[in-house]
Design a protein around this ligand. Structure first.
Ligand code: FAD
Length: 311
């Protein structure tokens, strides 16, 4: 059955992919202001300031320069420059953070070899600075190419410098998790944020959640350092319970959450001694990221409507 929530989720995820709206939205003052709840700012300096504040509260971070589906080779080179600048800044200022990178930001949609070359440059920079690149996962059309690229980089640079993301809504994910763990690839497990059809993804949230727990157990059993990325307390509790049952020390994995979401839970887990990393997006191209955050929670949409009407 399709609920009103499913409909608003699909509509928002559809809108998130409309290129024309992207530019219009960034100029809309009220929308921009609302986006600031989820986005640390438009400039690198804004994001560094936000991460310093998180570090002071005992939270680690992962910077994300917002810009996906880049369409020109020149555009992808700008992204590589930004990430090198970011890694240099992290190193120079000693902030506790790594970086998250999207392969469509590196050219994956039009030139796979270019995407690999660009990502390789970023991972090489991270390696030389003892840092780490998490390759975000995007829509299912690029899942295989993304995992192939991460595995190639992992073979060259090792588990300490590059890792993957898996989404529990995809039917293939449990098998991917086992294969990646066998190679000792670090994984961030999340539920998945894109619009997918039922052929590749579980349409029912209960199945997505059950798969999250199944895959979380595969990860925790693997002896590799993974990230459990969720704001869902039931998923957090299931993870804590399984980790205790397996007698895992607190530093055996980390929790990850998004900037501006469930700050209470972020601080509570950090206060209990678990490593917690916050994903901190910044940049001018915040529209698709912001729309995916709205789609996750209908209450966010009402909040936006009210504010837009108020003008
Ligand atoms: P849900 O069941 O969606 O939410 C549980 C509870 O969390 C909600 O009841 C609410 O209290 C709170 N919550 C969740 N979302 C919001 C929101 N937007 N606004 C306010 N409250 C909210 N997805 C990808 O597809 N690829 C990635 O690479 C990726 N990387 C991520 C990295 C991190 C660190 C995190 C935390 C998420 C990432 N995601 C990624 C997004 C993820 O797939 C989910 O869409 C998102 O985390 C919501 O799922 P949830 O586990 O929080 O559970």
């Amino acid at each position: 059955t399709t609920t009103p929530t499913d409909l608003s989720r699909s509509a928002l995820l559809f809108l998130s992919r409309q290129e024309g709206l992207k530019n219009a939205a960034t100029r809309l003052g009220p929308l921009r202001e609302l986006a600031s709840r989820f986005i640390a700012g438009e400039k690198l300096e804004d994001a560094v300031e936000a991460v310093r504040a998180l570090n002071a509260q005992g939270l680690m971070a992962s910077f994300d320069h917002l810009n996906e589906a880049v369409r020109t080779a020149e555009g992808t080179r700008d992204e590589v420059r930004e990430y090198r600048r970011l890694l240099a800044r992290i190193d120079a200022q000693g902030v506790r953070a790594n970086v998250s990178l999207k392969l469509t930001q590196c050219g994956l949609l039009f030139d796979k070899a270019l995407a690999l070359e660009n990502a390789r440059t970023v991972v090489a920079e991270a390696t030389s600075r003892q840092s780490f690149v998490r390759v975000d996962m995007e829509q299912s059309e690029v899942t295989q190419a993304t995992l192939d690229t991460v595995c190639a980089l992992h073979a060259e640079f090792g588990e300490a410098h590059v890792g993957a993301v898996l989404q529990s809504y995809l039917r293939r994910t449990e098998a991917d998790a086992k294969a990646l763990c066998a190679r000792r690839v670090r994984i961030r497990l999340c539920k998945g944020a894109y619009l997918e059809n039922s052929r590749v993804a579980f349409p029912d949230k209960r199945d997505v959640d059950a798969n999250f727990i199944r895959v979380m157990r595969v990860l925790l059993d693997s002896g590799v350092y993974h990230g459990i990325a969720t704001h869902d307390e039931r998923m957090v509790d299931a993870t804590l319970e399984y980790a205790a049952k397996q007698h895992l020390p607190k530093g055996a994995f980390e929790f990850q959450m998004l900037y501006g979401i469930r700050r209470d839970l972020q601080l509570r887990l950090a206060g209990e001694g678990f490593p917690v990393r916050i994903y901190v997006p910044y940049g001018r191209s915040w529209y698709p990221y912001f729309m995916r955050r709205l789609a996750e929670r209908p209450a966010n949409l009402w909040f936006v409507m009210k504010n837009l009407v108020k003008g």
